[in-house]
Each structure stands twice: as structure tokens, then as C-alpha cells.
Design a protein around this ligand. Structure first.
Ligand code: GLV
Length: 337
């Protein structure tokens, strides 16, 4: 530490104890006490004398906040995605931004698979069928028929950490794996036999399409009305990345018109999903509230990583999960100042 006064940290939600305890032990910490997110005005107020912010993906962290926060040195996000943070602006101002990659990879891949299996075999629909008293005939040859996963073609859009973990699972299901990314991934090709194809080919040939790209200017509405024209009528779309990667309106139209068999979505253009979303009216859709990384173990580990990033930074080191390395040129970590 460079001085005896503890850095002030504002935490925008109660994060799991394993991380929060470490933060509270080291820093002068204040936590937003409610279950829902703090209004932006509150973050602005709290940022005024904060040295650090701990944020979630639902907090919009932009120039308006940075303008109000002359002491702010680091934004430590508890998520792998950080599209809610204006990283360019942060870098310009010498503010470090960190995230929590790696620890949620397998958990998120598990969940993408849970959605894939559930939509293919109509698990959620079947549960509703039983609960609603519609199960009147013991066994019927054509009751709630789904699609085989084993041996089908899986198209993975984005084979970074999570997309690769999805591919490894697919290999065990004897799937033909196609992938599209901005760069080839020879490692995943070697490990799983995945084939690199262009996006249109992937959409045309896949039985299941799973999206694993970060949200950027380039990936906004990557799956749009035009591209949805390529997909098979019998295909399913799974999205555990970010909602705006898929044009939700175009997806709804495709699902409603039977140009796509179904979709399983954990992320949405607007979260929480508005209660009047037309997607809620479709039976061939599974909707979950952005919980792909939500296991006890993983969320605890994510919170711990947040603490580790903050501690490293205030000990004068480059935090381990820095997403804007150029910031070091603008402002070296505190002990080196
Ligand atoms: C969750 O969506 C995350 O980015 O960690």
C-alpha cells in the first residue's frame, strides 16, 4: 500500500461472501444493499469519492460516471463480459478495468448444453404438459417428439474459452462440429475435429447453433433477419452470450413463422425481459434469466477474482485480469506512481 488511508471501494450489489469478505477486510467498502441494481444516479454519487468500483454487467459504466469520479482508478467487474463498460473511455482516463474470465467457462458451457438438450427434447414443455394436467394417455408413439442430439451437427459461433468447452462436450455426443470465428482455432480443431466454416455455411448446415461471442460493434445483431433465412427449419438456436448479438425481433418472426424449430435463450436485448415480450407467447422457446454462470462454486470464485484484482492493483501490481492493458501506459499501478 502506498499510504495508510484505505482505498474506498463502492460495490454495486452484494456479491458472494468469499470475495466480499476479502474486499471488506482490505478496503473502506460500501455495498448497495438492495437485490436490484442501484439507479445510475446512485452510482454517480457513490463514485464521487471512490477509488474503485465493483460492478456487475447490469451497471452502465460510462463517461458520465467517470466525469463524477475524479479519484476512480479501477473498475472491477464480476463477469467475463464487459460490454456495459466504456473501456475505451476508461483507458483514456487511466482507469483500469478487470473482469473474471476462466472460472465460469465450464459452468457456462454446462448451461449452454442444458439448454441445448432441453430445447431438443422439449423438457420444459413436457414439464408444463404434466403439470397442466394434459398427460391423459400413458404413453403415445408421437407424444412430445423432439430431435436427436447425438450425431447431429452443432454450429458454434465463437470458439474462445466457452465455445471451445461447448465443442469438447459435443465431441462426446458424437456430433459433427462446425465453427465460425474471426480467427481459426487449430487447437479446438485438433481436439474435437471441429471444422472451420463461414457463418452462412454454419447457419445453413447446423441442427443446433450455439452463440459464444462477446458483444461488440461487430457482433451486434450478428444473427439478423437476413442470416436467419439460411437456417434449417428443423434447427435450434441457443444463446448464452449477450442478447444483442441476436436481433430478437427477427428471431421472433422466424420462430413464429416456423422458419426455425426453436430457441433457448439465457440473454436478451433488454434484461430483465419485458413482461410483454412476444417471445413469452411461444412454446418452442426456453427462456432463462441470464444464469449461465450461476452455480454456487463459480459465482463464489468470480467474486474472489474481483477481490484478487483489486488487491493486486492497490498493492501496485498490474491486476491479473486486466482487459485494457494499454491503460498501464496512461497510469502505472499505484505503487509505481
Ligand atoms: C455473464 O454473462 C458474464 O459475462 O460473466
Amino acid at each position: 500500500m502506498i499510504n495508510t488511508c484505505k482505498p474506498r471501494v463502492y460495490v454495486t450489489r452484494e456479491i458472494p461472501e468469499r470475495g466480499l469478505k476479502k474486499i471488506m477486510e482490505r478496503f473502506d467498502t460500501e455495498v448497495w444493499p438492495e437485490y436490484g441494481p442501484p439507479p445510475k444516479q446512485v452510482i454517480i454519487e457513490k463514485a464521487r469519492d471512490a477509488d474503485a468500483l465493483v460492478t456487475l454487467l447490469s451497471d452502465k459504466i460510462d463517461a458520465e460516471i467517470f466525469d463524477a469520479a475524479p479519484k476512480l482508478k479501477i473498475v472491477a467487474q464480476m463477469a467475463v463480459g464487459f460490454d456495459n463498460i466504456d473501456v475505451e473511455e476508461a483507458t483514456r482516463r487511466g482507469i483500469y478495468v478487470t473482469n473474471t474470465p476462466g472460472v465460469l467457462t465450464e459452468t457456462t458451457a454446462d448451461f449452454a448444453w442444458a439448454l441445448l438438450m432441453a430445447i431438443a427434447r422439449r423438457v420444459v414443455e413436457a414439464d408444463r404438459y404434466v403439470r397442466e394436467g394434459k398427460w391423459k394417455v400413458g404413453w403415445h408413439p408421437s407424444m412430445l417428439l423432439g430431435r436427436d442430439v447425438y450425431g447431429a451437427t452443432l454450429g458454434i459461433i465463437g470458439v474462445g474459452r466457452i465455445g471451445s468447452a461447448v465443442a469438447r462436450r459435443a465431441k462426446c455426443f458424437n456430433m459433427r462440429i462446425l465453427y465460425y470465428d474471426v480467427v481459426r482455432n487449430p487447437q479446438i480443431e485438433k481436439e474435437t475435429g471441429a471444422t472451420f466454416v463461414d457463418l452462412d455455411t454454419l447457419l445453413r448446415e447446423s441442427d443446433f447453433i450455439s452463440v459464444h461471442v462477446p458483444l461488440t460493434k461487430e457482433t451486434y445483431h450478428l444473427i439478423n433477419a437476413e442470416r436467419l433465412k439460411f437456417v434449417k427449419k428443423t434447427a435450434y438456436l441457443i444463446n448464452t452470450s449477450r442478447g444483442p448479438v441476436v436481433d430478437e425481433k427477427a428471431l421472433y418472426e422466424a420462430l413464429k413463422e416456423g422458419r426455425l424449430a426453436g430457441a433457448a435463450l439465457d440473454v436478451f436485448e433488454q434484461e430483465p425481459l419485458p413482461t410483454d415480450s412476444p417471445l413469452l407467447r411461444l412454446d418452442n422457446v426456453i427462456l432463462t434469466p441470464h444464469i449461465a454462470s450461476a452455480s454456487y462454486e463459480t459465482r463464489s470464485r468470480m467474486a474472489e477474482m474481483v477481490a484478487e484484482n483489486l488487491i493486486a492493483f492497490f498493492e501496485g501490481k498490474v491486476p491479473p485480469n486486466l482487459v485494457n492493458p494499454d491503460v498501464v501506459k496512461v497510469r502505472p499501478p499505484p505503487a509505481q506512481l
